[in-house]
Write a protein that binds this ligand. Structure first.
Ligand code: HEC
Length: 331
């Protein structure tokens, strides 16, 4: 009897030992992850958002979250507006999940100029939705953050020109999965990564607009390709008001009928020059669209001609002349 008790006791001891080994293995895994991509790796940089609130990079912004982070400055007139507009398309596709289980952060690399007020104005110009914070802070701290995120290239990112690495980092802090991607990446691919794969496919997308918004199967012409990759992040073409967010620039359906062809071609080629010259129509549109200047997309004449053909064709498809006549008589 005594012997049996003893062996039972031994059995328990063995079980306990095994359990504790298991437990410590699990614990060291947790610690391992936490050390690699946790609080010890990421600085808890103090930042200030567009509403003037103080936040800490690790504790408040990324801990246990799926996030997209990029670096911008509000006075940048070529690459940043394109990046911001592209990310905004991703935000559109993810709908109200942004701010709920996916978080966007754009951090200024020119914090002296980019006060919270300047960032707020920038966010309003781009009509960004909630759940996307624009942040500023101490310049050296932000440089360290860029280094830690692998978005700082020596010789490029520390030069006088404020040239910066066009990168976006997306990740899930709790699983330790991070990837560097381009903000110019197809917005459907980015939305899919942020909404599904980084959540380990736990959450199915609730957004059913995705497919309806997707490009149709008709093989795209050269002009259509340019429009989709360079213009559609800021403009609509008859497809207004999808997912409840207004577009950044004017709807372009019918613009080829409405404007003088030479004016239109020149505007697409060098909007910055026309704004600098204070072209009256350009200025009027600029005021109307939140004083956000359309960037110079550095397109050549051949590309512009292809683009104008596409804009024309799309107007024919969606606003056939017969329909125009009808609407004229009914007016
Ligand atoms: C970053 C956002 C952005 C991108 C990208 C962009 N635009 Fe614009 N666009 C605007 C804004 C904003 C305006 C309104 C004028 C202004 O504020 O400069 C505008 C105005 C226009 C107008 C004048 C509309 C009118 O009523 O006459 C045309 C035409 C136009 N854009 C075409 C294009 C084309 C074509 C592309 C792609 C090659 C393009 N835009 C890319 C933001 C953008």
């Amino acid at each position: 009897m005594a012997r049996k008790t003893w062996s039972t006791f031994n059995g328990w001891l063995l079980l306990l030992t095994l359990l504790s080994v298991q437990w410590s293995v699990a614990a060291s895994n947790d610690n391992g992850l936490a050390q690699q991509w946790g609080k010890d790796y990421f600085p808890n940089t103090l930042l200030i958002n567009q509403d003037g609130q103080q936040v800490h990079f690790f504790d408040d912004l990324i801990k246990d979250k799926v996030v997209a982070i990029n670096f911008i400055f509000t006075t940048c007139t070529d690459s940043c507006p394109l990046e911001t507009a592209r990310l905004r398309q991703v935000q559109k596709l993810l709908g109200d999940r942004v701010g709920r289980d996916v978080f966007f952060y754009s951090i200024s690399i020119d914090p002296e100029t980019d006060t919270p007020e300047a960032l707020k104005r920038y966010a309003q110009q781009f009509k960004v939705g909630p759940g996307w914070q624009f942040l500023t802070g101490n310049k050296d701290d932000i440089t360290l953050l860029r280094q830690k995120l692998g978005l700082f290239m020596k010789g490029v990112d520390d030069g006088e020109t404020k040239d910066h690495n066009l990168s976006l980092i997306i990740g899930n802090q709790s699983t330790g999965r991070w990837m560097k991607t381009s903000p110019m990446e197809n917005p459907y691919v980015l939305a899919d990564r942020l909404g599904k794969s980084l959540h380990n496919w736990k959450l199915a997308s609730t957004n059913t607009n995705g497919n309806a918004d997707a490009p149709s199967i008709r093989p795209p012409s050269v002009g259509e390709q340019i429009y989709r990759t360079r213009c559609s992040s800021c403009h609509t073409l008859g497809d207004t008001e999808h997912a409840g967010m207004r577009s950044i620039g004017p709807d372009l359906l019918g613009v080829t009928r409405q404007r003088d062809p030479a004016w239109l071609a020149r505007w697409i080629k060098e909007p910055n020059v026309m704004l600098a010259e204070k072209d009256p129509l350009a200025m009027q549109l600029y005021e109307q669209y939140n004083r956000l200047a359309m960037p110079n997309l550095r397109l050549g004449d051949v590309e512009i001609a292809a683009l104008l053909t596409y804009l024309d064709e799309q107007a024919e498809r969606l606003q056939p002349p017969a329909l125009n006549n009808n609407s004229q008589t009914s007016n």
